[in-house]
Design a protein around this ligand. Structure first.
Ligand code: ZN
Length: 129
């Protein structure tokens, strides 16, 4: 299993990891297959969405914050229930096709590690098949 590690610098942020994942695929020499990405954290997630316009991930973060506020009537004593809920909604894995030694993403797409309870050091487990 491969992994990448990234440090987040705010409580909430979307970190574009596309180039890091593409670099791993290139280094592996795999030309065709699938790339499984898995985030082993309960308050972080992974998504694929527009990376050309940074306002898109800003809007996603903003709207999630409106729907699931940081402070609320939560039972979990750590005070980060919103982060657990957001991570559950976005999800902790994605699959991308590898074609010609590259991730087969759409023109405007990027892969984002979604931080909901940072700053922390986060890992993404990666398996190439
Ligand atoms: Zn917690």
């Amino acid at each position: 299993m491969l992994f990448i590690e990234t440090k987040t610098n705010k409580r909430e942020s979307f970190v574009n990891i596309t180039d890091l994942v593409n670099a791993l695929v290139e280094t592996s020499g795999k030309k065709d297959g699938i790339c499984i990405l898995y985030v082993p954290h309960t308050t972080a997630a992974i998504t694929i969405n527009e990376s050309a316009d940074p306002d898109v991930v800003r809007d996603i973060t903003q709207k999630l914050g409106e729907l699931i506020p940081h402070r609320g009537n939560y039972a979990h004593s750590e005070g980060n229930s919103d982060a657990h809920i957001k991570a559950s909604i976005i999800g902790n894995s994605r699959i991308v096709i590898i074609e010609n030694g590259r991730l087969a993403l759409g023109t405007w797409e990027g892969i984002f590690l979604c931080e909901f309870d940072g700053p922390r050091t986060r890992k993404v487990f990666i398996k190439l098949l």
